[in-house]
Design a protein around this ligand. Structure first.
Ligand SMILES: NC(=O)c1ccc[n+]([C@@H]2O[C@H](COP(=O)([O-])OP(=O)(O)OC[C@H]3O[C@@H](n4cnc5c(N)ncnc54)[C@H](O)[C@@H]3O)[C@@H](O)[C@H]2O)c1
Length: 295
């Protein structure tokens, strides 16, 4: 079956979907971004315009490029607008039942040649693929946050992926200005399988080392040359997201290193989710942020 990919459809307009659609439109692909839940698409378009206006100010994009990219980007709540896209990138909420529902709807409107991909962080690609009528034309396509800035995309194939499909999609990833890394469908792929237990270990180190949150972050920045420490990173990703990833990895591999430590469970229960709720391992109401006094 042909694998010509000249248009991209993104389902889910959260932080990741919106970023991926910007990357695709800016790279020259006619791009449809579908907001999967009701709401105002005008505000989303304004966000993109604002982001690109800042790029123009900084000299990283010309006004002509900005206008052309905006012309290539359609943002809508109309699911049917995805019917003509060659490559679909699903980026809705990290919930397997919602993902199955979304792919069933996509299956009903997209032609058999359309390639389906999921941006899931830790859910099974094979499980989603076999739930569709096109299991062989289904891949994991895992971007990183923030999508416009982060260079890596993991391209995950399954045991039923058609030969050549991952190569064709990896080529598109390169056209998007990103670096593809090919992986098999394994929970967490490469980056999260290494990064999640590292953040969880930092929480265990916090419990018994005598070092505080800021000490551990400083130690990893200065001693291991990390650009941010594990607690700053976990707060940035979102502690609910880290918690879900840990549970999914633990369910899959049954290894204690993936089990969420009690401090993470407590923070998530208390809705202290990091930067997005202004409180997590750090308290963002303080300027500069200080370690959460309640931990
Ligand atoms: N946040 C990250 O760092 C990151 C990085 C890589 C991949 N991902 C993956 O990207 C996907 C989206 O994550 P995000 O961080 O953009 O989340 P988000 O919460 O910002 O966005 C989720 C989107 O899903 C939609 N949604 C909510 N409930 C829904 C439902 N019942 N049915 C359909 N859509 C629904 C929301 O409207 C929202 O636009 C997830 O699969 C996540 O694992 C996240």
């Amino acid at each position: 079956m042909s694998t010509t990919i000249s248009s991209i459809g993104v389902l889910g307009a959260g932080q990741m979907g919106l970023g991926i659609a910007q990357v695709a439109a800016r790279a020259g692909f006619p791009t449809v971004l579908v907001k999967a839940t009701p709401g105002d698409v005008g505000a989303l378009r304004q966000k993109v315009e604002g982001a690109w206006a800042r790029e123009v100010e900084k000299g990283r994009m010309t006004a002509e490029e900005q206008a052309a990219a905006l012309g290539r980007l359609t943002i809508t709540t109309d699911f049917g607008a995805l019917a003509k896209s060659d490559l679909i990138i699903e980026s809705i909420v990290e919930d397997i039942a919602r993902k199955h529902e979304a792919f069933a709807r996509l299956d009903a409107i997209c032609g058999p040649q359309a390639i389906f991909t999921s941006n899931t962080s830790t859910l099974g690609i094979t499980s989603m693929a076999v739930g569709t009528k096109r299991p062989a034309r289904f891949l994991g396509l895992h971007f990183f946050n923030p999508a416009p800035a982060m260079k890596l995309v993991e391209v995950a194939s399954t045991v039923v992926t058609e030969p050549g499909l991952a190569d064709a999609v990896a080529e598109v990833v390169t056209k998007l200005g990103k670096t593809p890394v090919r992986v098999k469908d394994t929970t967490g792929f490469v980056v999260n399988r290494l990064l999640v237990p590292y953040m969880l270990d930092a929480m265990r180190v916090l419990a018994d080392s005598g070092a505080g949150i800021a000490d551990i972050d400083t130690a990893m920045c200065n001693g291991a040359a990390h650009p941010m420490g594990p607690f700053t990173l976990a707060d940035f990703i979102g502690l609910d997201v880290v918690f879900h990833m840990a549970n999914n990895l633990h369910d899959e591999y049954r290894e204690p290193r993936f089990a969420p430590p009690p401090v993470l469970t407590r923070l998530v229960l208390a809705n202290q989710l990091g930067r997005k709720t202004k409180l997590g391992f750090y308290d963002y109401a303080q300027k500069p942020p200080r370690p959460n006094a309640g931990i």
